[in-house]
Write a protein that binds this ligand. Structure first.
Ligand SMILES: Cc1cc2nc3c(=O)[nH]c(=O)nc-3n(C[C@H](O)[C@H](O)[C@H](O)COP(=O)(O)OP(=O)(O)OC[C@H]3O[C@@H](n4cnc5c(N)ncnc54)[C@H](O)[C@@H]3O)c2cc1C
Length: 465
């Protein structure tokens, strides 16, 4: 993983625009560039493009979308900006927060209307975790895999070339100007492809244990539940070319990884009134405050485990969520008619669970706020009860290359690198430092929004040169 420096490198093939990484960011960037008439090649290390995008719940936040307007949701760039700044205590990059607030909704509309990737408002995701309005959008299949399949179909229809089983190992550069990439094939052969501009859509560094230990030491021993191929190479190349990095300790953790089934549990179980307890039956946090910091909090519980507790009403409301269907098939859901029976089935201290449910019922009855600051509004949980055993994990990293409003990678010494763009997990996100500024849906939001911004801007750069 290095920069190969040289002038006039003789490439067999040179294309105007190369995109490294075939996840949501790379595919959306390629679609935007194709719309502008640019010949673009996406280079993807895997035989089938999947990435963290395919592992995700496929729910992305966006503000000012046609779908929100259709549902009467009053949202826009200012409101999004305010939510981001409130969530991060003012530590998010204001330029990015404004950019994403203004461009995310229109990007979803463009994907839906121009490229046949419908992104519908997920009305089951009530405002929570820092979103002040409903702004989660999903494709009809409500999974990351469905989103990926639709993006791949859109790319095929638009004439985007995707080179698979092509692991980019090095970048060719003349000074700080990228001139091409070197890629390795599974049979050991090596190819060099020239380009006039490059978009880094290689996601973050969650799959690189050494980088996680260096930048996020608190999660160095946590399970990683993201795409293994995301090794932070794009970030390292950018830095080697002189780019600035920011918020490198930012990440999305989640305290909702079903154990041992390793299936991502949708936060809707909590949003709709469920709670999370530890082995002693005790709650340990405001479940709707910090979706990402919950990863470390769950790991800190006895045996590193927690249980999501909910009832029949919530079960029915979430019953058709694809991940929940899969979890039930995997035997990851416990159900019982009484609290003691559920506790015995799940392995939770019965007296503790009983006391906790009684406390929650009291909070609902008196309309008060609990010790963690949560105000329960829903109906009291009623039998039959359900439990899902979960653990915490690192899902993806959120720090990365500093980009401007055109997704151009910024030098540490100031100004833009001449022909390098980045988006998605390769770029710094809008969560500020650490885990707690992460807004649900921001990972995919940054991937598609910055992907489009990068594709548009790269096309303009190519047209001007
Ligand atoms: C379990 C899980 C659930 C999640 N749920 C959500 C959610 O519901 N909502 C949300 O907003 N976010 C969610 N996220 C985060 C979200 O998935 C990511 O933020 C988003 O997918 C990033 O998109 P990307 O295109 O940057 O990266 P990816 O989709 O990971 O794509 C990067 C691609 O680059 C390729 N690549 C990397 N290095 C190279 C190289 N050197 N050469 C060639 N190819 C390379 C990889 O193989 C990969 O295909 C979740 C993440 C996980 C792990």
């Amino acid at each position: 993983m290095s920069i190969i420096s040289g002038r006039d490198t003789p490439f067999e093939v040179t294309v105007p625009l190369l995109v490294i990484g075939g996840g949501a960011c790379g595919l959306v960037a390629a679609l935007a560039a194709r719309d502008a008439g640019v010949d673009v090649v996406v280079v993807e290390r895997d035989a089938l493009p999947q990435g963290s995008t395919s592992m995700s719940l496929g729910a992305l936040c966006a503000s000012g979308s046609a779908e929100q307007r259709r549902h009467g949701v009053d949202d826009g760039a200012d409101r999004f900006f305010d939510d981001v700044m409130a969530k991060t205590g003012g530590h998010a990059d204001p330029l990015l927060a404004r950019l994403v607030g203004a461009r995310s909704g229109p990007t979803l509309d463009w994907l839906s209307q121009k490229h046949g990737v419908p992104l519908l408002l997920e009305t089951g995701w009530k405002p929570a975790f820092g979103h002040s309005v409903m702004r989660m959008h999903v494709t009809p299949g409500r999974t990351g895999q469905d989103l990926m399949q639709r993006l791949l179909s859109a790319c095929q229809a638009a004439g985007v070339d995707i080179l698979t089983s092509a692991h980019v190992t090095d970048i060719h550069a003349d000074g700080e100007r990228v001139t091409g990439v070197r890629l390795g094939r599974p049979d050991g052969s090596v190819e060099d492809i020239g380009c006039q501009a490059l978009i880094l859509a290689t996601c973050g560094f969650g799959g690189n244990a050494a980088m996680v230990r260096r930048f996020i030491p608190t999660m160095a021993d946590a399970p990683y539940f993201g795409w293994e191929g995301n090794q932070g190479e794009g970030i390292a190349w950018g830095q080697a070319l002189g780019a600035a990095l920011a918020d490198m300790d930012a990440y999305q953790g989640l305290g909702l990884l079903a154990s041992p089934a390793a299936i991502d549990v949708n936060p809707r179980f909590l949003i709709e009134g469920g709670i999370q307890v530890n082995r002693l039956g005790a709650r340990f946090a405001h479940e709707l405050e910090d979706v990402s910091g919950a990863g470390a909090r769950v790991i800190a519980q006895p045996d590193g485990l927690a249980w999501v507790i909910y009832d029949q009403r919530i079960h029915e409301s979430c019953a058709s969520l694809p991940q929940y269907v899969a979890l039930r098939e995997a035997g990851g859901v416990r159900q019982a008619d009484g609290v003691a029976a559920l506790a015995a089935l799940a392995g939770i201290e019965p007296a503790g669970l009983s006391a906790t449910l009684a406390q929650v019922a009291t909070h609902i009855a008196d309309g008060g706020v609990d010790a963690f600051g949560r105000r329960f509004t829903g109906p009291v949980l009623a039998p039959p009860y359900y439990a899902i055993r979960v653990t915490g994990a690192l899902f993806h990293t959120q720090g990365g290359l500093v980009v401007d409003a055109d997704a151009r990678v910024q030098r540490a010494s100031g100004g833009s690198l001449p022909n390098l763009f980045a988006g998605g997990g390769a770029a710094r996100s809008i969560g500020g430092p650490g885990p707690s500024g992460y807004l649900p849906g921001a990972g995919l939001c940054m991937a598609v929004t910055l992907g489009r911004v990068a594709g548009d801007a790269a096309a303009r750069l190519l047209a001007a040169t």
